[in-house]
Design a protein around this ligand. Structure first.
Ligand code: NAD
Length: 330
C-alpha cells in the first residue's frame, strides 16, 4: 500500500516513521504541502492519502483524488467535519479515522485551559517575567464544589467529567445518549446545563445541529461569571456572539483550543504576517481569554496512538477487514 502523507510536520514524520518499521507492506511518502484541490493531483499512483483536521477534503479535492485512483482517505484525527463523506462514498473512496487515540490528552488540555484562564496564568507568566509581582486582575474562583457542565460525554467528555469529579466538582452533562460508565454524572437538558454550570466544557462533534450551539441566545441562558472552554471544534461557538457576551461581562473566563478562524492558522508560524481579519486578535485582547493552537491532542502518547491506529486502518483496508474506524454516511 502506497500512502501520500499531506501537511507533514516534523513530529508527524517522527511518530509515523517509528511505527512504520512494523508495517513492511506500507510505503509512505511525506509531503509538506497541505491537501487542497490543486495538490490532490499529486496523489496519482497512490492507494491512499493521509490528511488532518485542517486539510481540505471537500467535494473538489475528493473528485481529484478519485480521478487519481485513490481508494482510501486516512484521517489522522478524530474529527471528520472537513471531509465530504457523501462525495467520498459516491466515488467509492473509504474514509477512516482515529476515533479515540487519547481522550485524556484533550481532556487534560481542556482542564489546563479552564485553570489557566480562571487563574489568569497567561497574564501572570508575562507579568512576573517583567518583575511585576502585583496581583491586580489575577483573582480567580475555586472549582471545588462548583458545577461543571459537560456537553457531549463521549470519550473526551467522559475523561473531562472524570477530571472535574476529581476536582471535587458537581458534574452535570448533556448528551443525546447517556454514558452509563459515568455514574457520578447527572444528565440534564442543555438549557438546564447552561443555567446551572459554573464551568461549561464542549465535547460534542461539529454537525449541522451543533453548529453555533453557543450563540447569543444560549449565552443569555448561562450563569453570570461562567467559564467556557472549547476544545472540540470552533464552529460550535458563534464568535461574534461570544465577543458580545465577553463585553457584557457574562464570562469570568474563556479558554479556546479551537475557534472559527483557525483554519489558516493551524500549526503555521504566521508571526511575520499582517492578519487580514481581527476576530481572533479581538478575542486575544480580553484579559480573561486564553487561546491555544488546536493542540489538545498533542502529547507523545496521543501521537503514538494516532500513527499506530492509522497504519492499522490502512492494513485492515488492504485485507478487506472492518475496524470500526470507518466513517459511514449517515
Ligand atoms: P465521541 O464521538 O466519543 O463523543 C462525542 C459525543 O457527543 C457523543 O457522546 C455524542 O452522543 C455526543 N453528541 C452528539 N451530538 C450531540 C449534541 N447535539 N449535543 C450533545 N452531545 C452530542 O467523540 P470524542 O472522541 O469525545 O471527541 C469529541 C470532539 O473533540 C470531536 O468531535 C473533535 O471535534 C474534538 N477533538 C478535538 C481535539 C483537539 O486537539 N482539540 C482532538 C480530538 C478531538
Amino acid at each position: 500500500m502506497k500512502i501520500l502523507f499531506y501537511d507533514t510536520k516534523s513530529y508527524d514524520k517522527e511518530s509515523f516513521e517509528a511505527k512504520a518499521k512494523d508495517y513492511p507492506d506500507i510505503q509512505i511518502e511525506y509531503l509538506k504541502s497541505e491537501l487542497v484541490p490543486s495538490t490532490a493531483k499529486l496523489a496519482k499512483g497512490y492507494d491512499a492519502i493521509c490528511a488532518f483536521v485542517s486539510s481540505d477534503v471537500g467535494t473538489e479535492t475528493i473528485e481529484v483524488l478519485h480521478a487519481c485512483g485513490v481508494k482510501l482517505i486516512l484521517m489522522r484525527c478524530a474529527g471528520f467535519n472537513n471531509v465530504d463523506v457523501e462525495k467520498a462514498a459516491a466515488c467509492g473512496i473509504k474514509v477512516m479515522r482515529v476515533p479515540g487515540y487519547s481522550p485524556e490528552a484533550v481532556a487534560e488540555h481542556a482542564m489546563a485551559l479552564a485553570l489557566a484562564a480562571n487563574r489568569r496564568i497567561h497574564k501572570a507568566y508575562v507579568r512576573v517575567r517583567e518583575n511585576d509581582f502585583s496581583l491586580g486582575g489575577m483573582q480567580g474562583v475555586n472549582f471545588y464544589k462548583k458545577t461543571a457542565g459537560i456537553v457531549g460525554t463521549g470519550k473526551i467528555g467522559a475523561a473531562m467529567a472524570r477530571i472535574c469529579h476529581g476536582f471535587g466538582m458537581n458534574v452535570i452533562a448533556y448528551d443525546k445518549y447517556q454514558n452509563p460508565a459515568l455514574d457520578f454524572v447527572t444528565y440534564v437538558s442543555l438549557d438546564e446545563l447552561l443555567a446551572q454550570s459554573d464551568l461549561i466544557s464542549l465535547h460534542c462533534p461539529l454537525m449541522d445541529e451543533t453548529y453555533h450551539m453557543i450563540n447569543r441566545e444560549s449565552i443569555q441562558k448561562m450563569k453570570d461569571g461562567v467559564i467556557l472552554v472549547n476544545t472540540s471544534r470552533g464552529g460550535l461557538v458563534k464568535t461574534a456572539d461570544l465577543i458580545e457576551g465577553i463585553r457584557a461581562r457574562k464570562f469570568f473566563a474563556v479558554g479556546l483550543d479551537v475557534y472559527e478562524e483557525e483554519k489558516k492558522n493551524v500549526f503555521e508560524d504566521r508571526s511575520d504576517e499582517i492578519m487580514e481579519t481581527s476576530i481572533t486578535a479581538r478575542l486575544l485582547s480580553f484579559p480573561n481569554v486564553i487561546i491555544t493552537s488546536h493542540q489538545g491532542f498533542f502529547t507523545y502518547e496521543a501521537l503514538d496512538a494516532i500513527s499506530e491506529t492509522t497504519l492499522n486502518n490502512a492494513m485492515a483496508f488492504t485485507k478487506g477487514e472492518r475496524t470500526g474506524n470507518e466513517v459511514e454516511v449517515e
